[in-house]
Design a binder for this molecule. Structure first.
Ligand code: HEM
Length: 344
């Protein structure tokens, strides 16, 4: 597969970001029906799905090079966006192995991994990297193994340790997050870090999801989609940087709503790791403006209906109230009321 990277894209200041037709059609649109409510929407992470974004273990797209640069910028400003507690060192190596082997197998034109016993050589052509190192010896890499490999991957990652019938978020690389903080959450349990989410606790969503994950098996990864709304194609919407992006919400007008308001979708993947028994959680973020989504008739009708009928507590949690009506007014003329078929 040939990927044309767009290395000059930016996710801040001038927001030089766009979507080709092919990129739009691979967007993991998150609504299989016209209404949305929290659920345990977990399915096996097999190759293939409704769009090409589901075809690989870790999806790489035209934004890869620019997203890796954006991550480096965030880390230079705030190194605490990557933290791993000391007892997770084995999970760091598990992660490095999983990501290197998957990228090399799925994108042989761009990545390769060769092994001579514990001496490994990694080649990342899009980023111009060639690195030999000894697996298991962190001093042979320029960063810790988890930071090293997640600097070269799209999307955020967290590491969960499993003990006392619970999961603890004991590490992460979190630079493209939807308003939550690794620095604040590190060391928390599954229910603690989900504390702010409305409705889902009472519905038993988190009890069931935790039970499911505690039994996650090696070699059988799972995935789910999550979504929110972001103003501008901005990846770093962290609490740490709220003063930078929070005011963006006041800039939406009925003239610019289509271009400014973006549906932000997270393709989340969960892998049991072989040596550490930890769980790697990948949060791969995709952005598409309302104007881009309106190019697809089924998606524009459905987005209109989902946002129109969304539970008020979920609207508030996702920060929608200030501009939701403008999005609805923009999309309503596209919604002819025709029934949509199930699925994406
Ligand atoms: C939201 C982390 C797995 C369902 C969140 C938030 C975090 C998070 C940090 C934001 C909470 C806040 O507002 O501060 C994680 C991690 C997981 C994980 C590290 C890895 C084990 C799951 C699973 C489910 C789930 C398996 C399945 C039901 C949700 C839901 C929300 C949420 C429904 C609210 C999202 C929204 O409305 O935007 N998660 N989560 N999470 N999580 Fe998870």
């Amino acid at each position: 597969m040939t990927l044309q990277f767009k290395p000059n894209e930016t996710f801040r200041s001038d927001f030089a970001y766009g979507k080709s037709d092919a990129d739009l059609l691979r967007f993991p649109f998150p609504f299989p029906e016209d209404a949305y409510m929290y659920s345990v929407n977990i399915e096996p992470h097999v190759r293939g799905g409704p769009t090409a974004a589901f075809a690989h273990v870790f999806d790489i797209d035209e934004h890869y090079v620019a997203e890796c640069r954006e991550r480096a910028l965030v880390l230079a400003e705030d190194p605490k966006r990557c933290q791993v507690l000391p007892h997770m060192e084995m999970a760091e190596w598990d992660t490095l192995e999983l990501i290197m082997e998957s990228l090399a197998a799925d994108y042989p034109d761009h990545f390769s991994l060769t092994k001579a016993g514990d001496l490994w050589t990694w080649v990342n052509r899009p980023l111009g990297i060639q690195q030999s190192f000894t697996f298991g010896e962190a001093h042979t890499l320029p960063y810790g193994p988890f930071e090293y490999i997640t600097r070269q991957a799209q999307g955020d990652f967290t590491l969960q340790d499993q003990r006392d019938d619970n999961l603890y978020v004991d590490g992460g690389m979190v630079t493209t997050q939807a308003d939550w903080s690794l620095e604040f959450n590190i060391g928390m349990t599954f229910h603690e870090w989900h504390g702010p989410v409305p409705l889902a606790h009472e519905k038993g969503v988190f009890d069931r999801a935790l039970k499911y994950l505690l039994r996650l098996q090696y070699g059988r990864p799972v995935r789910r989609l999550n979504w929110t709304i972001t103003i501008n194609p901005r990846l770093d919407t962290s609490p740490e940087n709220y003063p930078v992006w929070g005011p963006d919400r006041t800039t939406v007008t009925s003239e610019n709503v289509g271009e400014k308001v973006h549906l932000r979708v997270e393709l989340q993947t969960l892998f049991r790791l072989p040596r550490s028994n930890a769980i790697l959680f990948g949060i791969r973020c995709y952005l598409a403006s309302v104007a881009d989504l309106a190019r697809v008739p089924k998606w524009r009708r459905r987005l209109h209906r989902v946002l129109r009928d969304l539970h008020p507590e979920i609207q508030a949690y996702k920060g929608l109230p200030r501009y939701r009506q403008m999005v609805l007014d923009h999309l309503a003329p596209f919604d002819d009321g025709a029934p949509t078929s199930p699925g994406i």
